[in-house]
Design a protein around this ligand. Sequence first.
Ligand SMILES: O=C(O)CCC(=O)C(=O)O
Ligand SMILES: [Fe+2]
Length: 386
Amino acid sequence: MSSDRREGQQETTTTVDGNNGSNSHQTASAITTVSCRRLRMNPNNELRPDNYEDLKLDFPNPVYKNLEKYLPPDLLVSDREEKVRFMTDIMHSHCPSAERSRAQRHSDYRSKIVSNYQPLHRELYNLFPRLCFVPSFLKSVNDNTEDSFRSIISEPSPGVFVFDMLLPSFCEMMLAEVDNFEKWVAETKFRIMRPNTMNKYGAVLDDFGLDNMLDKLMDSFIRPISKVFFNDVGGASLDSHHGFVVEYGEDRDVDLGFHVDDSEVTLNVCLGSQFVGGELFFRGTRCEKHVNTATKSDEIFDYCHVPGQAVLHRGRHRHGARATTSGHRVNMVLWCRSSAFRELKRLQRDFSSWCGECSCERKEERARTFDAIRKKYVKAVRAPQA
Ligand SMILES: O=C(O)CCC(=O)C(=O)O
Ligand SMILES: [Fe+2]
């Protein structure tokens, strides 16, 4: 799909899926009981989950870390082995065997990479906020109020939020780490999975050990902001992510077609470095039913990437990236998901709080109702008295 179609033409929107099938996180909130112990209805987001990576696991470590937030309080004081046994039993009883073996294969794939790849900058694998973020961003998240966020975040088009986020030194380290990973991939001829169905280049950061760091980035920084700006799509309950880098330029991907992300909220930060083009084009937010409906003129917005600057938008905000015509552009993308929101969405038909088309339909419906009432009223007033 080409990204440079004219606005008047209707484009077909693709939903981009992560290659790693990390959707296995989505059903945590739907799981209820398997023994006399019950999972909590709501996650305990204050909980700092255990790390289970060193144990023999039937499912990927992030799944356990997410499910732990739903464990009954009496189990939280148990040792890790008991918690893992309990969670594994639940997942086995709810997970079809095909899904189970896919999850197992992906877990084996990650373990193989992590046990063979030697990181270049080990300090990247834990989140040290002062090493990553510009002071204004850190202060605003520490203050954690709508005013503090609004003081550093601009909204150049409805639903697209832009702010300075990453320090140049952090961007450089990330670029060097990705380079180092790709060199290792080329040397060992290891066949890696690309970030999603639309990219031939780029790498999944979660697959080579950066998952914990990105979890913390989502939990402590992106969720508080999303709670304020994207509450209508589960911004307050983001509980899993797919984190990757995309790469464009010569010998890389050129552009990215018009699509929606498999996320509730997407963070997209340019890491650098020198490039021409690559603008993001946005064309309004749509639910599944309306994903291919026409763009309204006030939904058209183009954004030029600036290294270190972040763009935060709903995953359902239709967008694409124009061709990077020279140089090399690398962006870090974090698709943040909410299992609770996905469960609720299944029961809903009207998404007028965020879908541009549902919102129009609702306004038209209201106008029709109002008109009908008005006509009835006028008729009643004009009717001759009996
Ligand atoms: O190239 C970009 O900056 C956009 C990437 C993107 O939209 C995606 O990977 O979902
Ligand atoms: Fe995207």
